[in-house]
Design a protein around this ligand. Sequence first.
Ligand code: GUN
Length: 302
Amino acid sequence: MSATLIKGTEIREEILEEITAEVAEIKEKHGVVPGLVTILIGENPASMSYVTLKIKTAHRVGFTEVQDSQPVDISEEDLLALIDKYNNDESINGILVQLPLPKHIDEKKVLNAIDPDKDVDGFHPVNVGRLMIGGDEVKFPPCTPAGIQEMIVRAGVETSGAEVVVVGRSNIVGKPIANMMLQKGPGANSTVTIVHTRTKDLEGHCKGADILIVAAGVPGLVKPEWIKPGACVIDVGVNRVGEKISEKTGKKIAILKGDVDFDEAKEIAGYITPVPGGVGPMTITMLMKNTLKSLKLKLGIA
Ligand code: GUN
C-alpha cells in the first residue's frame, strides 16, 4: 500500500487563503495591514531566491513588504543600526534577517538585536524561552517546526501519546520541533525522543516511531526498513545532489533529495512528505502567519 502524501504545496494554499482573508478583515476594521521587512546581506544566490519568495508571498497576502538589500561588506555596527531603525518603525511588524550572514558579522548579536515582539523567525532567545514554556507564552514559533506541526495536524495524524522520533538537534528544526511536540495541547502531547550523530542505535529508535521527523541534512540517511509500517514520516531534508535543466524554464535547477529514501519509504509509511513540495513551502507560509500574529498582538486581537 502506498502512503498518503502530505503536500506542503496544497496546505500552503489553504493557509495563505486564510491569511489573505484575515488581512482584508483587519484592514477594513482597523485600517492597517501587517508590515514585513526582509534584510538581505550580500548576493548569496540561495538567500536571494528565498528572500524574493518571501517578499512575493507577503505581497500576495496583502502585507506591506520592504526588501532591504545591503552590501556584503556592511559593518556589524551599521547592520545593528538598521535593525534598530526597523525596531522603532511602527509600520513594521516583522523583521527577518536572512541567514547565513557574512563571517565578519556576529549572528548571535544580530538576532539578539531584533525586538522580540517583531522576531517573526522566532530565533531571539526570549522567543526560544517562550517556546520552551509553551501554551499562551508562545508568540512566534520558529517557522519550519511550526509548518511541520501544522502538516501533521492537517493530515489528521494522532499526536497524543504518539512516539515521536526527531532525527537532528539543530536550533532551527530539531530542538524546537521536539519541544513543540511534547507540550500539552492539540497537535502535541507526544512522547519525544531526539536522536543525533552520537546516538548509538539510530535504526532502533527510528523503528519505534509513530511519527518520524527527519532533519539531519544527510541525503537518504533513513532507510525504508527503519520505518514502522503505517508511520507518519516528515522529511525536512533539502539536499542538493546535482543539477538539471528545468523543462518549464530551460534554466539550470538543483536536483533535490530528502533525508529519507522516498520511493521505497512511501510503500511502508502511512503518511509521508515529498521533497520537494513537502515541508519546504511551509516555512514561508508560517512566516506570514507569524507576521500577521505580530500585528494582531499589537492590536490586542490575537
Ligand atoms: N536561512 C535559511 N532559512 C532561514 C530562515 O528560516 N530564516 C532566516 N532568517 N534565514 C534563513
